[in-house]
Every structure is written in structure tokens, then in C-alpha cells.
Design a protein around this ligand. Structure first.
Ligand code: NDP
Length: 237
């Protein structure tokens, strides 16, 4: 879920290039189709808004219909509108909570019955280093990413005996379109400019690098679950 750009798109391409069958979902169907075009055998695109439980259920149903099972669910959809709390950005908060938190719950709700029936599965969700620390301007976003970690730890405790693995992926700064979801133009442009400076590779990872981490946790042996992975660019504080 959340595979039309950035980390999700890079992960889908890497897994497909390894021969894995991948369903990609997001709202921008045209972007999904672009990705699918390069891997027609292995990538299957389904349009979905993660805030809508029926659409998420449809992704899971279509995947089971096409591939017969679901080994991995990657809850990766997210937005990051940065603002201080005194901006009272009610609409922004509601939208972000719906995508970043309810979207993860919708994914789990749709995939868990399938995984329990299979008696195997793996749920991976994208939190952030801001799921471990809070910075001014990022309080509401951090709140959603702490919530992702709490939900995933609860899922681990409840489902490990059913052979269901859980992994929290917590990236530091990654060069993606996420900054476009910042409504505050000054903050948005400042962050985007910083990512273009010489030496920025020490301050911002490429989404393909996070994809490698996701591919690694997927390929671990049956008896081994990597429950959390924090991945910072080397130069990030
Ligand atoms: P992108 O903006 O490139 O990707 C975000 C993805 O989420 C897109 O595919 C987008 O697709 C999807 N998405 C957003 N809203 C919805 C929705 N309502 N329904 C379905 N899909 C949705 O950014 P990233 O790759 O950076 O973000 C991926 C995850 O990584 C996010 O959860 C983000 O919080 C997290 N993260 C990113 C960091 C970074 O520095 N980039 C650092 C730490 C965590 P579409 O718009 O087509 O629906």
C-alpha cells in the first residue's frame, strides 16, 4: 500500500526484479501503471485509497484471487504535513491520521484473516525515526509514527504464535516526494533544497536503499523475524 512513488515504488520494483509477485496499490493509478509496465509478469496494480476500508479490502481480495495467497503486506502509505501545533491545522491532522494510522489498521484488518488462515504471513509497516523522537513542527506526524510502532508491537504480541512476522521500518531522511505533502512552502522548499546540495547523500538516502532493507527482512528464514529496523543516512543527527 502506497507504492506509486518513493519507498513503495522502489520496493515493488526491487521485489519484482527478484521474481516475486507484487500487488501495488495507491490513489494515482497512472503512476502505478507506469511501474507495472516494466514488470508485466510480476506486478499487478490496483487503485486504492488506504483511508477507505472497502478499497483496501478489494486490494487484498484481488491479490488472493490473482496469486492465491498473501505472504507480505507492506503498509507504507503516508503523508507528512509539517506545521507547529499552534497552526490548529484540523483538516491536516484528520487527513494525516486517516492515512498514516487508520490506513495501517485498514491494511491489517484486510490481510490478517488471510494470513491467519494460511498460518503464515508478514506485516511490514513504515514508521520513521520520528516514531522514536519528536521535533518542533513534526508533533502530529510523530504522533502518527509512534502510533504505527504501537500497533505493530501489539500485532506482534497477538499474532507471533500464528507464524505471522511483523517488521517496523523506520527510515531517517529519504529523497522522495514526501516533502510535497508539506503545505508550509518555506519548510517544504527548505527541505527540498537541502536534498539537492552537494554531499546530500550523507543526509538523505535514496528510496532504493530503503527497498534493500525491506527485501532483506522479507527474505529472512522462517524462524527469524526482524521486528524493527531504523535506517538513517550516515550523516543524519
Ligand atoms: P512518497 O510521497 O513518495 O510516497 C508516499 C506514498 O503513499 C505514495 O505512493 C502515495 O500514493 C501513498 N499514499 C498517500 N496517501 C495515500 C492514500 N490515502 N491511499 C493510498 N496511498 C496513499 O513518500 P515516501 O516514499 O517517502 O513515503 C513512504 C512512507 O515512508 C511514508 O509512510 C512516510 O511517512 C515514510 N517515511 C518517509 C521518510 C522520508 O524521508 N521520505 C522518512 C521516514 C518515513 P498516492 O499519492 O498515489 O496515493
Amino acid at each position: 500500500m502506497g507504492a506509486s512513488s518513493g519507498i513503495g515504488a522502489a520496493t515493488a520494483k526491487l521485489l519484482a526484479s527478484q521474481g516475486k509477485k507484487v500487488t501495488i496499490a495507491a490513489r494515482r493509478m497512472s503512476r502505478l501503471e507506469e511501474i507495472q509496465k516494466d514488470y508485466p509478469e510480476n506486478i499487478f496494480a490496483v487503485e486504492a485509497d488506504v483511508t477507505k476500508k472497502d478499497e483496501v479490502q478489494n486490494v487484498i481480495d484481488k491479490t488472493v484471487e490473482k496469486f492465491g495467497r498473501i505472504d507480505v503486506l507492506f503498509n507504507n502509505a503516508g503523508i507528512m504535513p509539517v506545521n507547529n501545533l499552534d497552526q490548529l491545522a484540523h483538516d491536516e491532522w484528520e487527513n494525516m491520521l486517516n492515512i498514516n494510522v487508520k490506513g495501517v489498521l485498514n491494511g491489517i484488518a484486510a490481510a490478517l484473516p488471510v494470513m491467519k488462515k494460511q498460518q503464515s504471513g508478514h506485516v511490514i509497516s513504515t514508521s520513521s525515526v520520528l516514531g522514536y523522537e519528536v521535533l518542533p513542527g513534526y508533533a502530529a506526524y510523530s504522533g502518527t509514527k509512534y502510533a504505527v510502532r504501537a500497533i505493530m508491537e501489539g500485532l506482534r504480541q497477538e499474532e507471533h504464535q500464528n507464524n505471522i512476522k511483523t517488521t517496523i521500518i523506520a527510515p531517517g531522511s529519504v529523497k522522495t516526494e514526501l516533502f510535497d505533502s508539506i503545505n508550509n512552502a518555506e519548510v517544504r522548499n527548505g527541505l527540498k533544497d537541502a536534498m539537492k546540495q552537494p554531499g546530500s547523500e550523507m543526509m538523505g538516502l535514496d528510496p532504493e536503499e530503503i527497498a534493500q532493507a525491506v527485501a532483506f527482512v522479507i527474505d529472512t528464514p522462517k524462524n527469524m523475524a526482524v521486528n524493527e529496523m531504523v535506517i538513517r543516512p550516515t550523516g543524519q543527527e
